[in-house]
Design a protein around this ligand. Structure first.
Ligand SMILES: *[C@@H]1O[C@H](CO)[C@@H](O)[C@H](O)[C@H]1NC(C)=O
Ligand SMILES: *[C@@H]1O[C@H](CO)[C@@H](O)[C@H](O)[C@H]1NC(C)=O
Ligand SMILES: *[C@@H]1O[C@H](CO)[C@@H](O)[C@H](O)[C@H]1NC(C)=O
Length: 981
């Protein structure tokens, strides 16, 4: 057992007893027909009749014991569906969820049931009944991922699935906290009360949290064997102080076993192991030892170097007799058969003692269906008038699909098909449908849908769309023709109007559109003319391209045809030494425009920029000039400074790459020029400059409000997310920083300078890697290993977020002194931020301009994700997508529309809510129910972080030590203050 010195701190704290919210217990008697209160515990049980419409109540034959809740059970149909109970929870609160199964004796059936139990999308347990008289108990300790959980039963392999009871027990805020609770539940594997006075479990009311402490005398499960000789049972009637973290019941602590011959050993079976577990041992000295007597022992088996050498001296560890000492293992790998033994040390007069143990398996939380998809499904569901509508519950895809959807097998699952033909759906198609990127089939025919078609331009996987026999109106948007996988589109018997997009009439797509009186095919003449013109130029160009021995991108034609200056440009192309692109254009994401970058002759650029007279900035690759094209379009013209040979080879491929990237949060490339060793890129001009210029303390600009900063962060994050995941191959920006985030006329942010050294070609990575990146933003892992991943961008983006919060630049002489090594800055900043935030003092790092006008929780949310971004290890950093969600969360909080909007997003979100938010909880305990949380964990974290900061900047030569130390002094004083309280 390890003797965490920090645990002593706990005892300096005033810890109030928790007497919690029995009224918040949820106790459901499944299959029960009435509500009642249990005479033995006084707990109120309710029948599940109001919440479960499926299955039937069945009388249990020969129930074991007289507990009311086991007299009936609920049997579910034997089919491929799932049956779910939805229980309300408080998001991020910890609970014990418990389901029990007592079948009773077999009636006419010949086998006991075997089936699956799920908690949300996470496989909880396989319920296998072997003994009908036994109540099988499945417990999971969770931190509620949202404001409800689903407990689902499905997938019987024998018999019909059933359930006896379902219980939800809220826990005190810090109980059973783990380092992994973002992504792991704790499945209870063993909770044993040693030295128990009877075979009965101890639970409520002895345990105010209604855990079930199994008696070590209950050998029914045959799991406690291997008792060493000389093991005796002891007990006391004196009170035991149990106020540490897990608050085990006093009654459990009042009994223990002692190895009088120096050894205490047991063997027990752990269901579903080997696995990683959180394990707790509970020790309280409940014997009155004489002054010359000691009780010291070690864990001998299983041998764990970090723990086994530590000597347990209960009274000393717990700071007194009759006081609980609770060492625990955050993460230990255990086998199916756990043999453990404690052995006394040579100088100890007494043998080892043990009051109780708990072993909880880490159970990975499985991803639920993408929340955006679920949002749309929920919207459709709310649009039905009920008749003929399947009443599905739980997650749409896991463990079984809802009747009217089909899912992908990806993680998280996505909806690939919606089948709602003739289901009385009423209203407008929800606009969020545009986020369902994995959708391939959409069947909405024969309903009462009204309004125009929402934007569905993202749904590039759509193959079959049935919208016929509705009342849809409006025009048919042109992107329908460019959905490259579309095979069938049925819109007959609606009220669509306007012109049919040409691409739908080419015959490649089955397109049914009868009975839309206002819909017409439009100006066919002109079109045919254009087509002829187009194809003749096309043929000419193809010949040319063949002649040059190069490929030419077909997509360019459309643009050229629509452009009056096509001839002129065709000429320039011919004089260009390199052809344009041979890439196909990925039709993903949100398009800024459909164009492809085109060749612009140098002369035209000279004219546009007035011979490069107005420099507006210096990018990482050269100077940028303002220009205005003949058609009035404002542009930023970037002259590439680097003209070394390998760059020359890259140029064309880079242009090809850049020109296929279109996203509303990426600065679009309009054109390029390569003449006489000059390489020039022409971008859209961004009127509001760079984000760097907007960060306070720089130019005389009005400082940005918090919401505007969040908006910008969201835009930029989406742009980066698109680079990482929307392009194939993915693109690593490599130089994310505030001066590469540009603001357009509407103050929407676009990321610039991406792709100039892409990582697509492995061999080029190393050549250019050294040159890239900007001090202050540079990923330390990349710096150390020269290994580039998307997580390097994430790191840099984390620095951008810290800048947005603090209003400070990453390299600032005033803040930390000139001798501070820049590489350390972020680590230091992050570390200070961490400790301050842990103090509850997020304000200290916040841009003073913001204070007073923002919701602090919103800042917390960003601070939290920013700190995750700047983790040392790339693998600990979140993905861009998760960052986008966090920012959206913060925006919702800031806008105060949290309640209304978060239903969908918070589900997916909450898994990321971590430390900081749990500190928030601890900082402001919910006093309404009389619960005060102990702050032990919180202070331990502060101590840890203080130590960590010093380690993080272990290179004293490079650090302004004086300043650092005085800062540390402050922090530790603050901690001491806090402890005194
Ligand atoms: C049992 O209690 C629940 C919740 O209080 C209530 O909704 C339900 O109608 C009650 N059922 C019966 C049978 O009284
Ligand atoms: C526990 O430790 C193992 C082995 O070191 C590791 O693989 C695992 O990720 C850790 N955490 C959990 C929750 O299992
Ligand atoms: C402790 O002291 C008592 C008398 O005070 C004596 O009887 C006992 O043997 C001593 N025990 C040990 C282990 O020395």
């Amino acid at each position: 057992m390890v003797l965490f010195s920090q645990f002593l701190v706990i005892y300096l704290l005033f810890l109030s007893t928790v007497w919690c919210q029995v009224t918040e217990f949820v106790s459901i008697d499944c299959g029960g027909t009435s509500n009642y209160s249990d005479p033995s515990s006084g707990l109120a049980w309710i029948s599940d009749m109001g919440m479960m419409n499926y299955g039937k109540s069945v009388q249990v034959e020969n129930p074991n014991g007289d507990r009311m809740q086991y007299r009936k059970r609920r049997d579910f149909p034997i089919d491929s569906k799932k049956y779910c109970y939805t229980l309300s929870t408080k998001e991020r609160r910890r609970y014990i969820a418990r389901a029990t199964f007592q079948y009773g004796s077999l009636g006419t059936e010949d086998t006991y049931p075997k089936f699956q139990l799920y908690l949300d999308a996470t496989q909880w347990s396989t319920v296998t009944v072997l003994d009908g008289s036994r109540a099988y108990v499945k417990e999971m300790i969770i931190r509620a991922p949202s404001n409800s959980i689903d407990v689902c039963i499905c997938c019987a392999t024998t018999g019909s699935p059933f359930i006896s009871t379902l219980e939800l027990r809220p826990l005190n805020l810090s109980m059973y906290a783990t380092d992994f609770e973002d992504s792991f539940f704790l499945k209870v594997a063993a909770r044993v009360n040693f030295g128990a006075s009877s075979k009965d479990d101890i639970r409520y009311p002895d345990d105010p949290y209604d855990r079930i402490w199994e008696s070590d005398l209950d050998k029914r499960q045959n799991f406690l064997v291997g008792e060493a000789p000389g093991t005796v049972r002891i007990n006391t009637s004196k009170n035991v102080d149990i106020r540490t973290r897990e608050y085990p019941p006093v009654k459990v602590m009042q009994t223990a076993v002692v190895g009088t011959e120096g050894v205490l050993s047991y063997r027990l079976n752990l269901e579903d192991f080997p696995a990683n577990a959180r394990a707790y041992a509970y020790f309280a000295e409940i014997q009155d030892l004489g002054a010359n007597e000691t009780r010291k022992f070690k864990l001998q088996q299983p041998y764990m170097p970090d723990y086994s050498n530590a000597v347990v001296n209960i009274a000393e560890n717990a700071n007194g007799s009759y006081t609980l000492y609770e060492p625990s293992y955050m993460n230990v790998t255990l086998n199916f058969v756990l043999s453990f033994s404690f052995v006394k040390t040579r100088d100890s007069t007494q043998g080892p003692l043990l009051n109780a143990i708990e072993i909880n398996k880490y159970q990975k939380v499985a991803a639920k269906t993408e929340w955006q998809d679920v949002t749309v499904l929920e919207a459709f569901r709310s649009m039905s008038n009920g008749s003929g509508w399947p009443n599905d519950a739980g997650d749409p895809c896991i463990p079984a699909y809802w009747e009217w959807v089909t899912c992908s097998s990806s993680t998280p699952p996505r909806i690939t098909k919606i089948a709602l033909s003739g289901k009385n759906v009423l209203g407008e198609i929800p606009s969020e449908i545009n986020y369902m990127e994995a959708l391939t089939e959409l069947w909405l025919d024969g309903n009462f849908l009204t309004g125009p078609l929402p934007d569905m331009s993202n749904l590039i996987n759509l193959k079959i769309v049935h919208l016929e026999n509705n009342n849809l109106n409006g025009s048919l948007p042109s992107y329908l023709g460019s959905l490259s996988n579309l095979q069938e589109l049925h819109i007959e018997n609606n009220s669509f109007s306007g012109q049919i997009p040409r691409a739908l009439l080419t015959g490649k797509i089955i397109f049914e559109y009868e009975n839309n009186p206002e819909l017409h095919k439009g100006e066919q003449r002109k079109m045919r003319f254009k087509l002829i013109l187009g194809s003749s130029i096309g043929v000419l160009a193809i010949l040319l391209v063949l002649f040059l021995g190069s490929l030419y991108l077909l997509h360019n034609y459309r643009r050229k045809i629509s452009n009056q200056k096509n001839k002129e440009r065709g000429d320039s192309l011919r004089t260009s030494t390199k052809p344009s692109t041979a890439y196909s254009i990925a039709r993903g994401g949100q398009f800024m425009d459909e164009g492809v970058a085109y060749y612009i002759p140098l002369s035209e650029l000279e004219e546009a920029t007035n011979y490069f007279s107005k420099e507006i900035g210096k990018g990482s690759f050269g100077s940028v000039y303002y220009g205005k094209m003949k058609d009035g379009k404002e542009v930023a013209v970037k002259i590439m400074a680097d003209s070394s040979s390998h760059r020359a080879k890259q140029f064309v491929t880079e242009v090809a790459l850049l020109s296929r990237i279109h996203h509303r949060n990426l600065v679009p490339l309009i054109g390029y020029c390569e003449e006489e060793h000059q390489r020039i890129l022409v971008y859209e001009y961004m009127h509001n400059g760079t984000l760097r210029d907007r960060i306070p303390g720089s130019v005389n600009q009005k400082p940005l409000e918090w919401l505007a900063r969040l908006q910008i962060a969201q835009d930029a994050a989406k742009g980066l997310e698109y680079l990482h995941t929307g392009c194939n191959p993915g693109i690593i920006h490599r130089d994310v920083k505030t001066s590469n985030i540009l603001l357009d006329v509407n103050m929407r942010a676009k990321v610039s300078d991406f792709g100039l050294s892409r990582q697509a070609e492995e061999d080029l990575t190393h050549i250019s890697s050294v040159a890239r990146g900007t001090v202050g933003y540079l990923d330390p892992e990349y710096y150390a290993k020269q290994q580039l991943t998307e997580k390097s961008d994430v790191y840099s983006f984390g620095v951008v977020l810290l800048e947005l919060i603090s209003g400070r630049k990453p390299v600032s002489v005033e803040d930390f002194g000139a001798e501070l090594n820049i590489v350390h800055w972020v680590g230091l900043f992050a570390c200070f931020a961490r400790s301050l935030i842990r103090k509850g003092d997020v304000i200290s790092i916040v841009d003073p301009i913001l204070i007073g006008n923002v919701k602090i929780e919103s800042i917390w949310r960003i601070a939290e994700v920013a700190l995750q971004c700047v983790e040392q290890q790339g693998c600990s950093r979140p993905r861009m997508q998760e960052i986008v969600l966090a920012i959206q969360d913060a925006i919702k909080i800031e806008k105060g529309s949290d309640q209304k909007l978060s239903a969908g997003s918070s589900k997916a979100q909450s898994s990321r809510k971590t430390l900081l938010t749990s500190f928030l909880e601890i900082e402001s305990p919910d006093l309404s129910n009389g619960c005060l949380a102990p702050s032990a964990r919180y202070f331990q974290q502060i101590l840890d972080s203080k130590r960590g900061c010093l380690e993080a900047v272990a290179d004293p030569v490079l650090v302004n030590m004086e300043k650092l130390q005085s800062r540390m002094q402050e922090i530790s004083l603050a901690i001491q203050d806090a402890i005194k309280i």
